[in-house]
Write a protein that binds this ligand. Structure first.
Ligand code: SAM
Ligand code: SF4
Length: 462
């Protein structure tokens, strides 16, 4: 993996041990001015052990999160379209030698039903996910394009999916171009581990066994014109400090070569997966405190990059990570193809077990109770504020104003169309309170949008 210099990472981690607290304070102060940290500075924060420094890192992360993203939290749901896979990743239930799960690739009508189920709950943003294999007589890209068309075409009482992000195996530049033309938002791909030897030992067979092909997929996607890219590491495979510096080295590479960093970073922790012994005993199991540190250091290191957390985590953990820097969360997820709308007996195997089983309405209730604005906004992507254009807005924190307005508008729609009585009441209160804090111009804008929503218009944004 030419993008990753392992020796440099190891040396930075060694050199960071026993850094004195004044230097740590200096780095924390720098991060509070919303400046990107260097790899060396991130290594020092990652290595800090004493309770006082950790406390300061957490406080600074909360500050930066609030400065750049405000109170809004973007919600999405994964839609697994297939669990067939040619690979044999030791941690995943979809691995090819796992004979204990039922396999399924959803048909067009099943994908439509899944999307309609999600729409009927109030979801607007989907992460499409699949194993690395296509149903018979179709190429992977044709299957993905068919699925994307189906998801965007679905409609439930005036509500449609606004943005499909996709997490799928590496493609060629040509196929990435087709994906871009289909109107996807972010292309997501996790390197899993940036430590090459560990990578090779986890991916023994199949196309994914080549670490270079995987990391180069990000470059190919950029070359094809996809400028919203999501990267990630699967925490638990190797030392978390190395992985965070691996992620940040990857960010450096993207910034150097393509002038724009990743749109999002995902931080999955290994969860128990049926048929995967390794998932039950991850080689580098991450404690809750280490996990919080990972999120906080990432938030300080790349302040303008979204951090995504999935329903792998428990409600308690998710609530505390939100204040440390997470800006997008999945809600009400199922990790099996057909998991939303197909009957339990017919359901295919899921990818891993989940920690958060609350409904979307319950998650929204909890966000409101913690003073976060649940958001289904996809305005940036639709206004072509992607890639560098998004970063220009995100860097000085200007996105925050637009985000809050759009989040309130999408919340209003949710309250009218889908919310339980209890959530409607608490949501209305939140909207009234936060609207009063806006400047006159924004208040006028929002009043206008609300008047349209009351008349049945949906999906207006600034
Ligand atoms: N098959 C494609 C791939 O591997 O890139 C795309 C989808 S794969 C289902 C999405 C991600 O799930 C993987 O990149 C991996 O990080 C994550 N994953 C796999 N097994 C997991 C487990 N046991 N716990 C948590 N996350 C897991
Ligand atoms: Fe297949 Fe992806 Fe699971 Fe690996 S992580 S077995 S590639 S679905």
């Amino acid at each position: 993996m030419k993008q990753i210099n392992e020796e440099r990472i190891n040396n930075l981690l060694l050199g960071a041990v026993d850094t004195d607290s004044r230097k740590i304070d200096k780095i924390i102060n720098k991060s509070k001015s919303l400046k990107r940290l260097t790899l060396e500075e991130s290594a020092i924060l990652l290595t800090a052990q004493d309770a006082d420094s950790i406390d300061k890192i957490f406080t600074a992360a909360s500050f930066v999160k609030e400065e750049i993203y405000g109170k809004r939290v973007v919600l999405f749901a994964p839609l697994y379209i297939s669990n067939f896979c040619l690979n044999n990743c030791l941690y995943c239930a979809f691995k090819s030698d796992n004979l204990s799960i039922k396999r399924k690739a959803l048909s067009v009508s099943e994908i439509k039903s899944e999307t309609e189920w999600l729409l009927s709950r109030g979801h607007k943003r989907i992460l499409m996910v699949c194993g690395e294999d296509a149903p018979k007589a179709k190429s992977s890209i044709d299957y993905y394009l068919e699925a994307i068309r189906t998801i965007y075409a679905a409609e439930v009482s005036r509500n449609k999916i606004k943005r499909i992000n996709i997490n799928c195996a590496p493609l060629s530049v040509n196929d990435f171009k087709k994906l871009k033309r289909s109107g996807i938002g972010t292309y997501q791909i996790f390197q899993e581990t940036y430590h090459e030897q560990t990578y090779r030992s986890m991916h023994l067979r199949g196309p994914k066994s080549d670490p270079d092909n995987r990391i180069d997929a990000v470059d190919r996607a950029f070359t094809a014109g996809i400028d919203d890219i999501g990267i990630g590491a699967l925490f638990g495979l190797y030392d978390y400090r190395f992985e965070v510096l691996g992620l940040l080295s990857h960010v450096e590479h993207m910034e150097e070569k393509f002038k724009v960093g990743p749109h999002t970073i995902s931080v999955p922790r290994i969860e128990p997966a049926e048929g995967s012994e390794l998932s039950l005993h991850p080689p580098y199991k991450i404690s809750d405190n280490e996990f919080k540190k990972i999120v906080a250091v990432l938030r300080l290191s790349v302040p303008y990059t979204g951090i995504i957390m999935s329903t792998r985590e428990t409600p308690q953990m998710r609530d505390s990570l939100l204040s440390l820097g997470v800006s997008q969360i999945s809600a009400e997820s199922r990790t099996s193809p057909g998991g939303y709308s197909v009957s339990a007996q017919e359901q295919a195997g899921g990818q891993f077990s989940l920690g958060d089983h609350r409904s979307l309405d319950e998650i929204i209730a909890s966000l409101i109770a913690h003073d976060y604005i649940p958001s289904f906004c996809a305005a940036c992507y639709r206004m072509e504020r992607t890639g560098e254009a998004f970063m220009q807005l995100a860097k000085p924190g200007t996105i925050k104003g637009k985000c809050s307005l759009n989040a309130l508008a999408t919340l209003k729609e949710y309250l009218l169309d889908f919310a339980s009585d209890k959530v409607r009441a608490s949501g209305e209160q939140m909207i009234n309170r936060l609207s009063r804090e806006l400047n006159q111009n924004d208040q006028r804008l929002l009043r206008n949008i609300f008047a349209h929503i009351d008349r049945g218009v949906r999906d207006e944004f600034v």
